[in-house]
Write a protein that binds this ligand. Structure first.
Ligand code: GLN
Length: 304
């Protein structure tokens, strides 16, 4: 079956089924979104792109950004990064504190909140103007300048920052945060607030489908080895305590966010972004996971 037919089939199936799940409300500004939004965009490296639903509507990418911030930090500091963060799945919620205490402030991986906060700390140390340079990096990958932070969402998250504040302070006590903790939190909330459409997100993630080369400029951004490693971390850690379930059902690397988005890649073939704000109790999009499961099942193609 052609990908276009599969995307159409996914769209009809999703629309026909009664939606379950809940829109994230711990960041009040995210709760204002309409629950029945659904969009999907598949970017084929062969130039065959297809889409359905609200694929050109902006949404808050939230934790999906952690893949991009990690990519930039890994490129800037290289292998030294592993002194500050590990590569093991956590098996716990994205904002969990439990492992940090007995693992002495070293987060399990860069895709949980603790790891992403350490990555923010590294970027603040390495960049002259972190907010500006980071969004510049994302725009370059997406091949468009139409990408911005939503500072209302960042402020809304900051007003309810209790867990992230606890994480950053605990890591500071172990010496794994070098900058001011408020500065790290502000930068983290700002970069989590990036808004993109499914089309822009799929375009951005072509970097990993294309094994480290920017598809739009032809420039190598990261080595193919780094692209492999980042994709491996997405596969094992991209869905927190549901990373096994996502791998089992979908079988390609991906990353979710509490805005309801998922970006995933089939290296050498395509990148895909899907958005539906209704989340399961692990904080992952119910319809998003279902859509990607249908995609790899109907195409009979995945990394496994
Ligand atoms: N900004 C969100 C938080 O820290 C991101 C979480 C997510 O998307 N899973 O809670």
């Amino acid at each position: 079956m052609e990908y276009k037919q599969i995307i159409d089939k996914i769209f009809s199936a999703v629309k026909a089924e009664k939606a379950t799940g809940k829109v994230a409300d711990y960041i009040p500004e995210l709760a204002t979104i309409s629950a029945d939004k659904f969009g999907i965009y598949l970017f084929g490296l062969d130039g065959k792109n297809c889409e359905a639903g609200d694929s050109r509507e902006k949404f808050s990418i939230q934790s999906i950004l952690k893949v991009l911030s990690f990519t930039l930090a890994f490129e800037l500091v290289g292998e030294k990064i592993w002194e500050r963060v590990d590569v093991e799945p956590s098996g716990t919620a994205f904002n969990s504190l439990v492992q940090l205490e007995y693992e002495k402030g070293i987060p399990r991986n860069p895709l949980i909140n603790a790891g992403a906060l350490v990555i923010c700390d590294i970027l603040i140390s390495e960049l002259n103007d972190p907010e500006k340079e980071f969004i510049g990096f994302v725009k370059e990958l997406a091949g468009t300048s139409e990408i911005n932070y939503n500072l209302r969402i960042a402020a809304s998250e900051k007003a309810h920052a209790y867990r992230n504040a606890a994480l950053v302070n605990l890591m500071k006590s172990f010496g794994n945060i070098h900058n001011n903790t408020d500065r790290v939190l502000d930068f983290y909330f700002t970069i989590c607030s990036i808004e993109m459409t499914c089309q822009e997100l799929a375009r951005t993630f072509t970097l990993f489908a294309n094994r480290g080369i920017n598809h739009f400029t032809g420039n190598r951004v990261i080595s193919s080895s780094k692209s492999k490693r980042i994709s491996a971390i997405m596969q094992t850690c991209g869905f927190y305590d549901e990373a096994g379930e996502f791998t089992f059902r979908v079988g390609i690397p991906g990353k979710s966010g509490v805005g309801g988005g998922i970006a995933a890649v089939y290296p050498g073939h395509y990148s895909v972004a899907v958005w539906s704000p209704l989340l399961n109790d692990k904080g992952n999009s119910v319809r998003g996971m279902k859509a990607l499961e249908m995609l790899t099942t109907l195409s009979e193609a995945s990394v496994f």
